[in-house]
Design a protein. Structure first.
Length: 62
C-alpha cells in the first residue's frame, strides 16, 4: 500500500522541481512566504501534469 503513495510523492516532487518557480521577470518579493501561495496557484496545473507540460514546453521552443 505504501508503494503507490511513494510513487505519487515522487511524481509530485519531480513536477515541483521542474515547474514550481515564479515566472520571469523575477522580483525580490517573489520569494517571500506570502507571495509563494500565488506562485503555487499559478503553477499548480503544470506541477500536476508535468509530463504533458514538459512536452509542450519543449515543443514550443522548436
Amino acid at each position: 500500500m505504501e508503494f503507490p503513495a511513494i510513487v505519487g510523492l515522487i511524481y509530485v516532487a519531480i513536477g515541483a522541481a521542474i515547474f514550481a518557480h515564479p515566472r520571469l521577470p523575477l522580483t525580490p518579493h517573489d520569494f517571500h512566504w506570502r507571495r509563494q501561495i500565488d506562485v503555487f496557484r499559478s503553477n499548480f496545473r503544470d506541477v500536476m501534469i508535468w509530463p504533458l507540460a514538459l512536452y509542450l514546453l519543449v515543443a514550443e521552443r522548436r
